[in-house]
Design a protein around this ligand. Structure first.
Ligand SMILES: [Zn+2]
Length: 127
């Protein structure tokens, strides 16, 4: 990629990351506190437990994504953006265009999905 083109692409990716960060933050703020209300009957209690579980899963997913987005923005500052956090190979521009906050190349992402990279991640503190 030509240098000028690359600069433009980085600007586009940064804007995408910042927009995503803002979106996730407002989503987290809007979310009401997680609490269990007193319910009159058993079905209601069960329904509320299911709702609560869903809300916690969503909350965890949103915070994990937010961490990845903020970590990608930090890597842009330090110049390590676009480098796989596990194997230090370049992440393909096509992958970054699709997932601007991707910390890993496609190969390491597959390993991470299997849980193999989590230890490495802890050591390098890139999550
Ligand atoms: Zn990799």
């Amino acid at each position: 990629m030509a240098p000028r083109e690359k600069t433009r692409e980085m600007k586009r990716l940064r804007e995408a990351l910042e927009a995503k960060e803002a979106e996730l933050l407002s989503g987290l703020k809007k979310r009401e506190g997680i609490e269990i209300e007193h319910a009159a009957d058993t079905i209601d209690v069960q329904q509320k437990a299911v709702d609560l579980e869903l809300r916690i899963v969503n909350l965890e997913r949103t915070s994990a994504l937010l961490r990845s987005v903020q970590s990608a923005l930090r890597r842009m500052e330090t110049g390590s953006y676009g480098i796989c956090a596990a194997c230090e190979e370049e992440i393909s521009p096509r992958r970054l265009a699709a997932v601007p906050w991707a910390p890993y190349c496609i190969r390491c992402q597959e390993l991470a999905d299997q849980g193999a990279v989590s230890l490495l991640e802890e050591v390098m503190n890139v999550a």
